[in-house]
Design a protein around this ligand. Sequence first.
Ligand code: NAD
Ligand code: MG
Length: 384
Amino acid sequence: METKKRIAILGSTGSIGTQALEVIKENPSLFEVEVLVAHSNAVLLIEQALAFKPNAVVIGDEKKYQEVNNALRAHDIKVFAGEKAVEQIVEMETIDLVLAAIVGYAGLASTINAIRHKKPIALANKETLVVAGELVTELARENGVNIYPVDSEHSAIFQCLAGEWENKIEKIYLTASGGPFRGKNKDFLATVKKEQALKHPNWSMGAKITIDSASLMNKGLEVIEAKWLFHLAPSQIDVIVHPQSIVHSLVQFEDGSLKAQLGLPDMKLPIQYALAYPERIRNNFKRFNFLDYPQLTFEKPDLETFTNLQLAFDALHKGGNMPCILNAANEVAVQAFLEDKVSFTGMSDLVFNTMQKTGFIKTPSYTQYVETDQEARRIALHLL
Ligand code: NAD
Ligand code: MG
């Protein structure tokens, strides 16, 4: 690469955002930070801005504007605040790549706007494709925009597909660690407290995705994400539990050959691959040692205990705005679980009931997705 890629990080203070900044810091000749966006962590946003000297920052929470502006004004860094600014900042001409790493539905509008303005996307925010996958991928196609997956499973599939673009996929296997409650039954799950659910065996991530991983909703969202990223029919996507999290996913081609991508669980690798694609960058991340993993094991996911994964498959098959309903209900459920307002298994009941009660639309417009999200949240909150 001759010139540096100028990157906008949406969600810079989160788990993905901070790891992306580490990757950028380790590769100053390849990347520079053009924009940082965060919701409310003003202290960390200021610290990041002073270290990386972006052109502009946005703080979603308008109450924090003064604090951020006071700290950065003297450093020639533009400061904006509010939801609209988060959405609009991606239009800046000097942005070469947008890392979409906001969590949840909140990341949808900015990602769509970035695609409309022909910015390549490194996508961590899987909820964007769950909520409006058809619309987002169609928009990307119209605008000639590439979406590079950051999610480790989808990065694995993408890496397996390199050099195989013309070859048909028979099916893909998304691997799942199984989370902290693998092998447990429903009675056990009903008693689980948030402190237990927040302890993931292999990955350190933001709170929402950690709960989703424990409930297997994360894998369900990833199945839907995979459908849109790789243009697959539901029958072409399978989930296999692999507790060691070394095989990050697999592709099976039409000749029956399987390709897998392996490595230690470290999000910096898929982040780096998405930022630098199609190049691979040398780094000093810890290397895999076979002797540390004498056994890699695989088992069937337990869809009866972990109902969320079944609900996600149901939403995938139903299509239309059903995945959007699933996502909205799940965001309400996870928030409520983190506030001790619903039990671990109660989350699945809430998602199931919201899916029953929210109006179904076969081919929603953008406005209808927004309305579906609002309606499903209203219903889920009412059911709580
Ligand atoms: P996180 O909670 O650690 O960080 C979320 C970031 O989004 C923060 O910077 C926060 O300020 C920002 N944000 C939240 N709401 C916002 C809003 N309304 N406006 C502007 N900014 C807002 O989450 P995370 O774990 O980094 O996950 C981010 C996304 O990446 C999620 O969609 C998640 O599913 C996906 N992902 C994460 C991992 C991981 O290892 N953490 C792995 C794969 C995929
Ligand atoms: Mg993942």
